[in-house]
Design a protein around this ligand. Structure first.
Ligand code: HEC
Length: 117
């Protein structure tokens, strides 16, 4: 009887910890790419680090370029960028990532625009 209860409790704990892990992380392709390509060394989703947060990037590009925001973000990832976020005290340079290729850059750009919450 007691053994059965312990097994049940352990099982419940396992399920609990598994759901915790999955809800805490973003499983999207965009996030995977950003993580795998070292972007998070300089960027966070909602906090400025060496580079501006993805939230700020999404908001600013939407405000400045509207429907063309996605193209501007893709261009910045492909060619790099500098001097656009001086008002936030950001003086570092965004390096170019053209080697990622059009498809991955597009997936990342779409994901960045979704961080506008
Ligand atoms: C070495 C640090 C560093 C790394 C690594 C880095 N960035 Fe940046 N990023 C920056 C900085 C600094 C800026 C701000 C540039 C500016 O002021 O114009 C920036 C700006 C940007 C912008 C906004 C550009 C604009 O014109 O609005 C995007 C989009 C971006 N980064 C995406 C990425 C992605 C995607 C990756 C990974 C593939 C990445 N960054 C990796 C430092 C970095």
């Amino acid at each position: 009887m007691k053994k059965g209860f312990i097994a049940l409790a352990a099982g419940a704990l396992l399920v609990l910890s598994m759901t915790n892990i999955s809800s805490a992380s973003d499983k999207s392709e965009g996030y995977k790419l950003v993580k795998a390509n070292g972007c998070l060394a300089c960027h966070a989703v909602d906090q400025n680090k060496v580079g501006p947060s993805y939230k700020v990037i999404a908001q600013r590009n939407k405000k400045l370029y509207g429907d063309k925001a996605i193209e501007e973000i893709e261009k910045a990832i492909e060619k790099g960028s500098k001097g656009k976020f001086k008002d936030l005290g950001i003086t570092a340079v965004m390096p170019p990532y053209n080697y990622l290729g059009k498809e991955k850059i597009e997936t990342i750009a779409k994901w960045i625009l979704q961080q506008n919450k």
